[in-house]
Design a protein around this ligand. Structure first.
Ligand code: UT7
Length: 333
């Protein structure tokens, strides 16, 4: 008897970005930069900012999950588990997933956050898929969302041009055919931790007058070093997943890369031998929304996907963390 392994497939997506558009022109007034520098070095033209008091990442997550439930005709009480990938939780605890779960009325679910920076959505999607594949969970929601503006120093031109706020959510269910997540590779290397981090506010260095004066509650990044790792590692892992699954560029419908820098994305696509027509980009509109970039790509480009399309997801981020997922899309929009 052949025992068929259950696969997990995405059965719906929803995304949300706040209304406020922070353009490169506006940034030119805040720091010594130019639209030309930002566009040629990163590919970013504008990003969204969540304005208003007491508006945390959960606000983004709640919009995404409510939209997803409505779109997929799902009752919140049917949800078994909600996982939220974020590095900008509303609070250290409770988890942002707990807050989202409560607000959307997912009273039969449990929930937790995953912290893997820009690879967070890939880590969370892979984690969620294990619960589906084990046969113990039927409906799992994965949220990737960040309010990066809460940790960006708008006097630091090296970082403030890169990041934005936003996110997306997907519903994961057992696959009824052979579509869904086929394979994944996840990696991490903590030796890169000090190159991209938030230095204070955790248990090692709690908030103090000194940490505030030293601006240690803002993103610290050694940009060009991180860039070199990102280019190599994101391309390595994308090539590896192609090789492991006998895929060539003709067999791949789209590459959905983390949107940190268009030059990193181009390098990854080049190594995979994939032409620009198959590389999904929305970095010009949203910048780097950290855990939000890949689900926001699903949301923006959902109509392009056809059932059975081979998609490769790839990301690199703080930690360092990186990874790639190979999935077969499960529905026609
Ligand atoms: O998503 C998580 C992982 N993070 C990433 O993937 C980000 C990886 N890093 C990058 O994307 C790029 O390194 C950056 C976009 C952050 C920077 O681009 P770069 O080509 O590596 O520039 P750089 O840091 O080597 O800086 C080149 C010059 C410097 O001036 P000098 O020292 O040559 O005079 C910077 O001070 O560009 C200057 N610079 C700027 N100039 C105008 C840095 N930021 C700006 C700016 N506007 N916003």
């Amino acid at each position: 008897m052949v025992i068929k392994k259950i696969k997990s497939s995405i059965s719906g997506v929803f995304g949300y970005v706040p209304d406020y558009v922070l353009t490169n022109k506006e940034l030119e007034k805040l720091v010594n930069t130019t639209d030309e520098w930002i566009v040629t070095r990163t590919g970013i033209k504008e990003r969204r900012i969540l304005k208003g008091n007491l508006q945390g990442t959960s606000v983004i997550g709640i919009k995404c999950v409510n939209g997803l439930l409505e779109k997929t005709n799902t009752d919140a009480k049917e949800i078994d588990l909600i996982i939220c990938a974020t590095v900008t939780p509303d609070m250290a605890f409770p988890s942002t997933a707990n807050l989202i779960s409560n607000e959307v009325g997912a009273t039969n679910s449990y929930s937790f956050d995953i912290s893997a920076a820009c690879s967070g959505f890939l880590y969370a999607l892979t984690t969620a898929s294990q619960f589906i594949e084990a046969g113990t969970h039927k409906k799992v929601i994965v949220v990737g969302a960040d309010k990066m503006s809460s940790i960006v120093n708008y006097e630091d031109r090296k970082n403030c041009v890169l990041f934005g706020d936003g996110g997306g959510a997907v519903l994961l269910e057992p696959s009824i055919d052979d579509t869904g997540i086929q394979d994944y590779i996840l990696k991490s290397d903590g030796s890169g931790g000090s190159m991209l981090c938030l230095k204070a506010g955790g248990s090692k260095k709690p908030a103090s007058i000194e940490t505030i004066n030293n601006k240690e509650h803002f993103i610290y990044q050694e940009g060009s070093s991180v860039f070199k790792f990102a280019v190599t590692k994101m391309a390595d892992v994308s090539e590896e997943i192609m090789l492991n699954n006998n895929l060539n560029s003709d067999k791949i419908a789209y590459l959905i890369p983390h949107q940190a820098n268009k030059r990193i994305i181009d390098a990854t696509a080049n190594r995979m031998g994939i032409g620009p027509e198959k590389v999904l980009l929305n970095i010009e509109k949203y910048g780097n929304t950290t855990a939000g970039t890949i689900p926001l790509c699903f949301w923006d480009f959902e109509k392009l996907f056809k059932k059975g399309d081979n998609l490769i997801l790839a990301a690199f981020g703080g930690g360092f963390t990186w990874g790639s997922i190979y999935l077969k899309w499960s529905y026609n929009s």
